[in-house]
Design a binder for this molecule. Sequence first.
Ligand code: KG4
Ligand code: ZN
Length: 335
Amino acid sequence: MLILGIETSCDETGVALYDDQQGLLAHALYSQIDMHADYGGVVPELASRDHVRKLLPLCDQVLVQAGKTRSDIEGIAYTAGPGLIGALMVGGSVAHALGFALGVPVLGVHHMEGHLLAPMLEDNPPAFPFVALLVSGGHTQLVRVDGIGEYEMLGESVDDAAGEAFDKAAKMLGLDYPGGPRVAALAEKGTEGRYRFPRPMTDRPGLDFSFSGLKTFTLNTVNAASDAGTLGEQEKADIALAFEAAVVDTLTIKCRRALQQTGCLRLVIAGGVSANKRLRSALEVMAQKLGGSVFYARPEFCTDNGAMIAYAGAQRLSAGQRDGERIVAVPRWPM
Ligand code: KG4
Ligand code: ZN
């Protein structure tokens, strides 16, 4: 079954073709980051308009790449949420219009399920069951995964998501949006041990997270350095490193707890923050000590993309799931 996957939940237009026998055939991504950078964050109306401009050309581009035509498409999957309502509506409208014209089934899938399953696109994919750490701009969750659609929430952030904390820390340090990769790059020049930031909620039992206190701690540190007249490039790098180390440590402590609690030694990390190198290596060291292993997607499939939606959609479409005639767009949608 050849599935066209469409992702338009936020600021990336992602399209891919996935075949359930041959695997991923083609994918294309258009990032709107440069357009939104002037505003310090995503402007929803601009995002929707840009998805309108880019989506169909990208669909044609992946067909050409894969040597296929529109009539080869046997099913269409699109991100139905969570995300920006206007942006979601663009993907849903195009998916349904194409599906109707081609007479093929269409299915709206959950964006976070896409992220969660993205490591399945790599060689040596994880077997079920596994524990997944989902860390994106909007979510920080630990989930036990027993199969497609069999998800048990083990813990989640009670306030900010890890990616959101990275983005806000970046702003405080005068870095552009999206902040995560920029904080990580700056942290590489930081001095180990110059600052020690708190590891929120690690001193009490449970698998929930909180990152808003860390954000305040970062702001106070930046302000203190600024007042003292020491907030130069090195000081900023030291703060970036202390912040990143605190987030990574916190996530690692909770992941270790989740593996021990479930007795499941396969850990999947997914979502934009899973591209973070320090996080990947800390989790690998932790899992190795427990005799477990860590799985993640290639960097381009950690952040938003069409391939993960095509893959998640293929699993569900081949199980017979499909939308009715209505476009599904759910801005807030728990998994
Ligand atoms: O999954 P994603 O592309 O979009 C959402 O569904 O939210 O995740 C984007 C988030 C942003 O907050 C971004 O700053 C963060 O992932 N991010 C990173 C890195 N790359 C992306 N955070 C830390 N280190 C990175 N290397
Ligand atoms: Zn995402």
